[in-house]
Each structure stands twice: as C-alpha cells, then as structure tokens.
Design a protein around this ligand. Sequence first.
Ligand code: PEP
Ligand code: MG
Length: 551
Amino acid sequence: MILMQGKGVSTGVERGTIYFYHRADATVVKRAVEDLEAEKLRLTDAQKAAQAQLEVLAEKCREEAGDESAVLFETHAMFVEDEDYVDAIIGVLEEERCNIEYAVEQAGIRFAEMFANMDDAYMQARAADVRDVSRRILNNLMGIVAGGIDSEEAVILAADDLAPSETIQLDKSKILAFATQGGSGNSHTAILARTMGIPAVCGLGENLKPEYAGRMAYIDGETGRLVIEPDELTLTAFKDKHDKQVEMKKLLQSMKGQEDVTLDGKRVNVYCNIGSPDDVAAVLANDGQGVGLFRSEFLYLATDDYPTEEQQFEAYKTVASAMNGKRVIIRTLDIGADKQVDYFQLSKEENPAMGVRAIRICLNRPEVFRTQLRALYRASAYGKVAIMFPMITSVWELKECRRACMSVMQELQEEGVPFNADTEIGIMIETPASVFIADELAQLCDFFSVGTNDLTQYTLACDRQCNDLGKFFDPHHPAVLRALKMAADAAHRNGIWIGICGELGADLTLLPTFLALGMDELSVSPSSVLPLRAEIRKSIAKTCDLKLLEC
Ligand code: PEP
Ligand code: MG
C-alpha cells in the first residue's frame, strides 16, 4: 500500500485504476516515403474514422441542441471527402514524396489561408472549419485520442497538472476522479471538477509517479488522500465512507422541491455555476433555482478558433430554454490569467492575473465583444437571460459595456431579430476597486455578484493558483468579509440585489455571515445546492451576526 497526501479540492470518494494523462504531441514531422500507395490507404482509413466520429458528434448535437447545430458537424463530414481538398492532399504527397501527415497538414494550411483571404465574411469563417477537419484527420493518423483518455473504463485521471482548456476537453464519462501533482483549490481546473461533481485531489507533488499507471487506488477528495493498492483495513474504511456518501445523497434528495428559505422567512436564491450547456443536466438534477454564473469562456477554451455568433447563440439558447424561465446569468468571456486560449494570441505577461484579461480584452477587441453580445441578446428571447461583466474596476468600463449593449440591441432591432430589451445587466465584484466605488457602479447596473476567488486574490495579494501560499490565502480573512459587507450595503442602498458566485458561496461555515450580510443569492456548483439548501432551511437569519468580520 502506498499512501499519498495532497489537498482535497472536490469532495467524494472513488476507487479505480490510475491512468496518466497523455499530453498529445501533435507536431507533424516531415519524412521521406517510398510507398505512396500505402500512405493513400492510411489517408482513406483516417477519413473513414473522421466521418464516423463526426456522425456521432452530429447525432449528439441533434439530440442536445437541435438540427441547426448538428449542421456544423455534417458540413465537416462533407469536407472530409471534398474533392478539391483531397486532391490537394494527394498533390502534396506525390510532389514531395512525403508522409501523409505532412501532406494533410500542408493542404490544410493552404486551404485555410485561401478561405481566410476571401472577401466574404462567411467564407472567411470557413477557415476555422478547414483547420478543424485537418486536425481531426491528423489526430486519427497520429493515434491521438480525442478527450485524452485511451481506456474503455472510467479511471482516476492522474497528471502533473491540467490546464482548464485540457480539462474542458476531457471525456467526463471516463473520469472517476482527478489526482494532480500541482494545482490549487482555487484554480479553474478544481472549480471544473466541483462543477462536474468529480472528486479531486491536487498538490500530490513528486509522490504521484507515472509508474503508478494501471494500479488500483482509492482517492478521497475530502481528506486529500490517495492510496495505491489499499490494504484490507483501508478498503473497509473506504467502503464505509462510500456507503455514507450514497446514504447522504439519498437523504439530500428530500431537499428537492423545497424552498430556499430560513426558518424566519429570509429567502436566498440558490443558483448554480456552470461552464457549458452540458452542465445544465446537473443543475436540473440538483434542483438549482437558476444559473448564477455561466463561465462563457469555457466555450472559447473548448475550440481551436473563435466560436461564431451562431455557435454561441445555440449554447446560450440551449441553457436559457432548458432553465425554462429561471434566471440564467451569463458572464461575458473571462479569458486570461490561467485561462489561456492560443488563438487569442495574447502577449506573454509577467503578471497575467493583473494583465489584459476578462473585460479588458473585450473592451480592447470590440468585434469579439460584439459577437458575444449579439449571441447573448438573441438568446434572451428564449429565457430569462442576464448578462454579467467580469473584472470591473472603473465606472467608465461599465459605461462602455452598456454602450456596447445598446449598440447591439439597436442592430438587432433594425434586423428584426427578437431579443429582450429588459435583459438584466450585472457586474462581478472581484476587485477591491469595485468595492470602493460600489455605490456608483450600483447606479449603473441591476445586480452585483461577488467573485470571491479573485476578490480574495486581489485583496490579500495572494495568487489563487499558488498551492504553497497555504494559510496566507484565506477567504475568511476579515478584509475579504468586510469587502463583502461594503458591496452588500452599497447594493442594497441603491436598490439592487447582490449574490456570491465565488467558491466561498458553498462554504457552509460562512452561511450565517452571508445571512447577516443580507446576501440575496448564492451560486454554487450543482452538487452543493442540496447541502446548502438543507443548511439554509435550518438557519434563523435574524440571529446571525457579523462576528467573523472582527480581527
Ligand atoms: C471568482 O473570481 O470568484 C469567480 C467566480 O470567477 P472565476 O473563478 O471564474 O475567476
Ligand atoms: Mg473571477
């Protein structure tokens, strides 16, 4: 038995085989080849595989989002055997007498360039499709597994660390739990694990060795323990905990359909944080009363190029319609810091958490912002959509955001496209600056949602990504809690509502403080909804105090 101690960042216990994440090396190397016919046969096989994969994707899309969104994959499937495209590949192969991987890559680049240089915006956008199709064929040729996990069974996924863009692209049905050498509880990968309801342990360091791949292990996302080949005693303890977990889940089911109201009648809206339309199933299964934070940037992280207005519209519409009139707060893209997207081509920064990120990118790139706002307003015709801006630090930023909204609404009006002109506009309170000027900001928006992950980071000058900061990164710090009070008082003074969508919202030990502060909403990962509801229903708001705000 080998015992390792890390940091539990997403609760739950699981048992399974350790699988080490393969970071695919997708670099194509040119090789001289004699047998060109053999290369052509390899191409045919890779094309067939691509078509089978695209058929599955189109079917999945049709079921989840309707015919319109499936069209993209059907178009890709047609492109796989497009005569001109295949001729171009064979042309490179015969001219250069090289491996087929190189020929596919070169033909893909040439075709994508050709589309990108066309005058028509629609045709220009096809360059991304060409790149996508070429990448798919290449992956098949190079044996790169989509979703990163080449296993029939679900596994405990081990890795040095995982970037949010890697986590979002994993096949969730294959993952029992996450175990990483690095990482921190406030990283977006940990947040994603909680959203998916998958146990996770990070910070295992060098103790987590790649040679453990294939060995059976027990992982506990609460205590942060990973045990490889547990002895009988440990296994019995694991089974007990697992049974209790199942029992607890059953017990919490009785909370479904109950109101989020304290014993003395204070209502707190319990909403959910999500990263993709797929997560709505978990929101509904856990009876979340709304979506308090849709991290829209995960749509951008899951693709190799800017998602189009149409793709975004489908995603937002899917969530809005599925929530059936319940509020869905969609945050405009919050790229930057740990959420890096290659095609944005952001400059390398010394301090990316304080660099050109989130709303700063949107205000610097009006076309990217406009595309997202158009998709959001179009989706507002299909449910109760609210729009939220991240990382606001100044009044002028919010005014510019509002101007961008007005201009998009005017465009849609002129085009006769339906949208809800009363769509709520809110901001995230996640910088000390926004706390200090909360009164002025409150006069320009409909709600505040406190991002306690970043608010803690910027208030305490503690990098949320750094696992070594330990007790210095303390979201319970009186300075953070006083910042919450300043924001809550300013919101209520100005007649708007305020919630929390950072990870702190699910911290049951702070619920009395949140009630004393008069928080109107708490947005948490779907698996935290029922435990939070059970606690709210046991609480008496008027007896709650603000003792924790004292030093
Ligand atoms: C936060 O900062 O608390 C927040 C909710 O946003 P994110 O974690 O996505 O930065
Ligand atoms: Mg944030």
